[in-house]
Design a protein around this ligand. Structure first.
Ligand code: GLC
Length: 450
């Protein structure tokens, strides 16, 4: 496996924690607050902040904005609500940025699109702002910053939260059907899901063993990466600075066959997997009590355990399973904040970036939304540990966090994968044929981009 594609984050988490041990948390929070205080007098004007996500996340951003406006009385922030789906969020921004529009001034970007946004020149470099404020970058996940935010010698964005794919399971159902721990291999998951599904279907015909993201969209690529890498496969590797696709490796074909089998052979995942299943439908199926296992990002934890959730208190989280002889793999996701190069209010936008990245806000993201903050120094905060204990238990998941290829043409590459992997799931193409076709198109794409 190529090291360029797979940068373990664990060491960095540790480094971050050591840094935190030396720099006291109150100190960091204090610096941010006082910076806000001194600058608030000077800043006046309006910025537009574009953000999407689950409905509760949008509601939460409104609160963040209210607090920011309190800290900066001369400033107004307009929230431009985007879709939940990452592809739609990207297109919305691409349209504005291609037209060199100054609106939105500041926005969240999926780690998957950073390569495109940076190489297209749409982002304001943050280096001079960091220098001017003597802003401490060491508190962020260094591997993530180095991999995604720092490119071509500049800093372009900062991580707001870091995602990794996780396995959610029903603790009560595992117990009821005689299992004392979650599955470690995909075969074990199939066996457990089949047995629980068979039992639960007696009372609930809508019950499914395992739900995951299979619709033709970016989330499907994230899931595909996890099966591929947990089978010792890979999407490609970098050679002499150029990305070389290996989409139809035998390990990848096997992994895709397994995804197909989950739906068509083992019948533990619904046929709607390839037509409808994005993060939210998957989460809701599980949350309504209609699934034993779920693949999702950390954000689902807070919602599963909300007061009105039927599965509250009955949910466990574990690393995703792996194929025999291989290791569990989680796709590296997450969202980064950056400033529009064409913004007319970059100073305000920068103040907003700092506010979102402050200790206090990052801590609240973990507590209120269940996100993995981009700052490492909040992970040992006792309030965070209490609200999201799995953050500590599952740090090892980051050992295997696999980034999608960071190349300027990633959105086009993703389109190819989305189309062919989804066609295989729908049963309209064999996994071998689907990945052979995807490989051909990816080779063309790489040629085109030199
Ligand atoms: C999450 C991840 C993001 C990924 C997306 C796919 O939002 O953070 O990286 O691309 O899901 O749907």
């Amino acid at each position: 496996m190529s090291t360029a594609l797979r940068k373990p984050l664990w060491g960095i988490v540790l480094v971050g924690l050591v840094v935190f041990g030396v720099v006291a948390s109150g100190c960091i929070g204090g610096t941010t607050e006082s910076t806000a205080g001194t600058q608030s007098a000077k800043l006046e004007g309006k910025i537009v902040f574009a953000v999407g996500g689950a409905p509760n996340e949008i509601e939460y951003w409104k609160q963040v904005i209210t607090e920011f406006e309190k800290a900066y009385p001369g400033v107004t922030v307009e929230l431009k609500r985007q879709a939940t789906d990452t592809d739609q969020r990207r297109l919305d921004l691409v349209n504005a940025l291609r037209a060199k529009s100054s609106d939105p001034d500041v926005f969240l970007m999926d780690v998957a699109w950073l390569g495109q946004f940076i190489s297209s020149g749409w982002l304001e470099p943050l280096d001079s702002y960091v220098q001017k404020d003597n802003y401490d970058l060491s508190v962020f996940f260094q591997s993530v910053v180095n991999l995604a935010d720092k490119q071509n010698g500049n800093l372009w964005a900062l991580p707001v939260y870091v995602d990794a794919g996780l396995l959610y399971y029903r603790t009560d159902l595992l117990k009821k059907y005689g299992y004392d721990k979650p599955p470690e291999t995909w075969d074990q998951l199939v066996e457990m899901a089949q047995s629980i599904q068979q039992g639960e279907r007696k009372d609930n015909p809508n019950f499914w063993g395992f739900v995951w993201q299979g619709k033709q969209y970016e989330g499907l690529v994230c899931d595909f990466v996890e099966y591929v890498y947990s089978n010792g496969g890979e999407l490609g590797y970098f050679k002499d600075g150029k990305w070389v696709p290996t989409l139809n490796k035998p390990e990848n074909v096997q992994a895709l066959q397994f995804m197909v089998d989950l739906i068509h052979k083992y019948k533990i995942s619904p046929p709607s997997t390839y037509t409808e299943m994005t993060e939210e439908p998957v989460r809701l199926t599980f949350q309504q009590g209609n699934a034993a296992f779920e693949r999702n990002w950390p954000y689902a934890w807070g919602l599963h355990n909300a007061n009105d959730s039927p599965v509250r208190g009955k949910v466990g989280i574990a690393p995703l399973p792996h194929f025999p002889g291989h290791k569990s793999a989680a796709t590296l996701g997450g969202w980064h904040i950056g400033i529009n190069r064409y913004s007319d209010n970059k100073e305000i936008a920068w103040a907003f970036v700092k506010f979102v990245e402050s200790y206090e806000q990052q801590k609240n993201f973990a507590i209120k939304l269940g996100w993995n903050p981009g700052r490492t120094d909040v992970y040992d905060d006792s309030d965070v540990l209490k609200a999201a204990p799995y953050l500590k238990d599952l740090r090892s998941v980051f050992e295997n966090a696999v980034p999608r290829p960071i190349v300027p043409y990633y959105p086009q590459l993703s389109q190819i994968l989305q189309k062919y992997v989804n066609a295989a799931l729908a049963g309209s193409m064999s996994p071998q044929k689907a990945l052979d076709e995807a490989q051909k198109e990816a080779e063309e794409l790489v040629k085109q981009y030199g």
